[in-house]
Design a protein around this ligand. Sequence first.
Ligand code: GRF
Length: 199
Amino acid sequence: ARLVVLVSGGGSNLAALLDACADPTYGATVVAVGADRDSAGGLALAADAGVPTFVEKVPDHPTRDAWDAALTARVTVHQPDLVISAGFLKLVGPTFLAAFGDRYLNTHNTLLPAFPGIHGPRDALAYGVRVTGATLFFVDAGVDTGPIVAQTPVPVLDDDDIDALTERIKVAERAQLVDCVGRLARQGWTITDRKVTIP
Ligand code: GRF
């Protein structure tokens, strides 16, 4: 399966996917990495791995819809079976979802539907939950609302701070992403009434 990975940050999830894809039995290849900013560390990881990269910045476009259309075109060129948001900090729009809505994955660092948005671990810690975790889901038009592929629980420890909890969730998140992307790539999937099935 052909993967396009979108990043904004350090790219540790991308690094885990690149490692997994080095094994031919994994069943997937990262064919391109895209970012919304030049500073995304994932771009350098991709370049080191010989994977083509592209950057599409919102401020380079007159409207958000124009950016969305440009991003869609950039991804479409690579004919992906799966597009993966791995710490991509932009919400895509209707053009992108029309093209990739049933094959655009995102990983979130809480157990959805609790604590959506960019401050998940902070919000979970502030609320006082004793268990949070990682959620992999197919993106829909809402914010962190799409059909869930998998969830991995992570306990909150008594002495956790935001950084410690965030890092522990990321370990679970990477393992979940690598496991699920491989199974989706090798076995395919169906989505019926929000229920994701990997045969
Ligand atoms: C992940 O924890 C994701 O849930 C959050 O940002 C992190 C991305 O990390 N939205 P990285 O760039 O893959 O290291």
